[in-house]
Every structure is written in structure tokens, then in C-alpha cells.
Ligand binder design. Sequence first.
Ligand code: UDP
Ligand code: G50
Length: 462
Amino acid sequence: MSTSDQPSGDLTHVALFPSAGMGHLVPFLRLAAALLRHHCKLTLITSHPAVSSAESQLISRFLSAFPQITELKFHIVPLDPLVANSDDPFFLQFEAIRRSVHLITSPLSALCPPLSALVCDVSLISSALVLSATLKIPNYVLFTSSAIMFSLFAYYPFVKMSDPSGDLIHIPAIGSIPKTSLPPPLLVDNSIFKKIFTQDGRRIKELNGVLINAMDAMEGDTLNALNSGKVVDGLPPVVPIGPLLPCEFENPEGKSPIKWLEKLPPRSVVFASFGSRTAASREQIKEIGIGLASSGYKFLWIVKDKVVDKEDREGVEGVVGEELMEKLKEKGMVLKEWVNQEEILGHRAVGGFVSHCGWNSVIEAALKGVPVLAWPQNGDQMINAGLVAEKGVGMWVEKWGWGHKCVVKGEELGGRIKELMESDGLRARAAEVKEEAAKAVAVGGSCDRAFEWLIGRWSKGI
Ligand code: UDP
Ligand code: G50
């Protein structure tokens, strides 16, 4: 085969640079698997120490599954929490990585063959731009949230928060976002997240491109608006590479709830899980238990009461309480461990998903056609919940507010779960989106086209 007949990926060596948290790492590793399918050579930059055990374990399974990938270990300089003004371990890690990137310039420049491009996490933009300028390679970002959230990120430098004109932020060519839906850490003066978000938002134009785990079926209009120049003039191409597909290496060890699901009728189980970094209060945990038990449906509930898994020592009985646990055992399954979420969502017995609306969870639910009861807890989740409701793939009870601030009563939750599980409209719409998602990931679909386009650019150094 002559050089020109080879898949363009054979010419390109890409460095992938995730930051902290499973919500950021998972899409990066799925992107890596997709780029391997398109014949790229890859180097994965891994930051040490990782914040959570879940991250270290996933990276280790990933590298065993793909020995052809080069790992570049990056030992970050620890950060004084007082300097960073945050108690969020993931934000602290963002900042520590940002301040340490000079340490990997030299090992990256020594890679062979030389790098064609860098894809960095959204939380690393300013620092990664220094890296790519030194290495003289194009810099792409993987945006780990929704396209609507990206439009806020890009437009935020132009928003006057003190503007008394209303409770909404108007984003040109997109629409309005209620100020109450903004990520709470963005409203904390001097917070590390606000600093990173505003500093990096101003520098998006310097990037060569933005990859988003988004798809036309959910966000076609937003993606078109972003690429039309009407949201912010001069943005780099925004490339929808979603839905990124979950992979075999993600399968955790340990007992799987799938055997239990196997025995149950189609769409008879509600799955409740709140991602990798949302800890519920004991009071809320009790109410969730009461709500699930009163919903009239079987349930699979993943309990989490610590932000970082390394601090998590108590068993499920202790956290939920023995008395409640006894009642719950008759009606469902309660686990306090990492599960294979995509496999659960894809199981025929699962008919609804009570979710915090972390973006990966929203996309996974869309991929499997499972309607969502959106219960945003923090961060970008209210903006994602708004999208879920607007697209008709789920419902959002706005009056519940932020999960980390208010307690929702069990009875109220149980009623809404019933509504979710019995809505033909939501189920039909979720099934439509699932079909569109399947087309996007099919051979020659929009995902393949997006990757081929990207690799073509990388092979030309753009
Ligand atoms: N996840 C999982 N098992 C769990 C908890 C989470 O597989 O027990 C996965 C989930 O499928 C998703 C990611 O971890 O891919 C969490 O990302 P998301 O954006 O939904 O939420 P975050 O954890 O960032 O709040
Ligand atoms: C955490 C959080 C709020 C939040 C996000 C979090 C996002 C949004 C994307 O991860 O993922 C994002 C944009 C800019 C940035 C980092 C992350 O600097 O509490 O919105």
C-alpha cells in the first residue's frame, strides 16, 4: 500500500492529557479507544498521585487492554490548599496540574515519532497552550460537558453578572440560561473554579479545535450555532464526537447486579446513581431509601456518601441504616461500590434513571434510550438537566433546587419516580434519541466522519 492509501491515522501521534475526576477521565479513555480504532498512535499523560482510586484503577485496566499506548507519567507538584482557596479535591488537582505542566515539556518533545497534536482537558487550557506553543503542535480540547455548557463557557467573558436586567443570561444564537442554573462554584468569588473558568474562557480562540461528547440528536442546533460564529465570533471548530462509546476495559471487578436484573421483567427497575463525586447527606440518603421503597418499582440504588472513594470506609448497612436496609432488601438492590453503569443502563429490565445529570451519565442514558429523572446536585448539572427536559428525554423537578443544598422528601421522590416509569412520552422520545445515537456511531456515521476529519487536520499539523 502506498503512503497515500494508508489511513491518515497512521501518520499521527497524539498526546492525550486528562485532568482529574472520573467524569473527565472516562470520556478521555473512550476517546483514546476511538482514536486507536482510527489507527492513531497515542501517548497518555497520567497525573500522579491521582485523586481517587477509581481513576488509578481505570487507568491501569486501560493500559493493560491497550499495551500499544505509551504512558507518560507526570508527577505533579503538590499544592497548598490555602493558596488555591478550595476544599474540592478535584479543583485542587486541576490547579496543581496547571502549575506543574512545565515538567512534561521535555519528555513530550522527546517522543518518537514526534507529536502531531495535543488533546487536553477543558480544565487545563491556559497551561496546555504554553505546552503546545513550546512543542509547536496544534492544541485541541476535549470539553467534558454538553454543547450548551460550552456555549456558556465561551460566552461567559462577555456576560455582565451585575446587569440588573434580569434573572437570565442571554447567549446569542442559543437562548437563555437562568442565573440560578449556573454552576454554584462559578458564583463564589475567588474560587479556583471561577478563576480557571474565566481565565480559560478568554483563550478558547487560541485553540485549534474543541471536541465535545455531543451529538446532533440532542444538541444539533447548539452545535450549528457554535460553528456559525454567532455565539462568539472566531471560535475554533467545535467537533461533535459523541456519543463516545463505553468500552470493555471499563468493566469493574466485583459483584455485578446484572444477575439480579436478569430475573426481572422489562422496564421494571429504576436505577438511581449520582456519579463519581457526589456525596449525599445522611438525611438525604434516608429519604432516597424511603422514596425508592414507596415508588412501587424495583430499584437498583448506588449509595455514595464520600466525595473521594479513598475516604470511603463504611459499609452500605452503616450508611443507609440497618432498619431501612432490611425494608429495602425486599424491593430492590442497594450497593455502595463502583458498578458498570453503561451495562446497567443497557439492560432491558431498567426503565428509568434517577441521575444527577453529570454529562457522561446523560449521554449514556441517551445511548441506551433510558428516560431520566434529573436531579442536579452541583456543577454543570442543572444546565444539563434543562437540556434533558427540553429534549423530552427526561423530566426535571426544578423546585427541588440543588441537591447539595436542599433535602427532597422520600414521598415526593417516590411519586416522581412513578411518573418517570409510567410516561409513554418520555420513553418514546428516549427511544428516538437512542436510534439517532446508533446512527451516529455506526460505520461511516457522524462519529467516524468527525474522527477522519480531525485526523486529516492533525496529519497536516493543524
Ligand atoms: N460511573 C460508573 N459506575 C459508577 C459511577 C459512575 O460507571 O458506579 C461512570 C458513569 O457511567 C460515567 C462516569 O462514571 O461515565 C461519571 O461521569 P458523570 O459525568 O456522569 O458524573 P460525575 O461523576 O463527573 O459527576
Ligand atoms: C465541575 C463543576 C462545574 C462544572 C464542571 C465541572 C464542568 C464544566 C466544564 O467539571 O465540567 C468545565 C468548563 C471549564 C472548566 C472546567 C470544566 O475550566 O463543579 O461546570
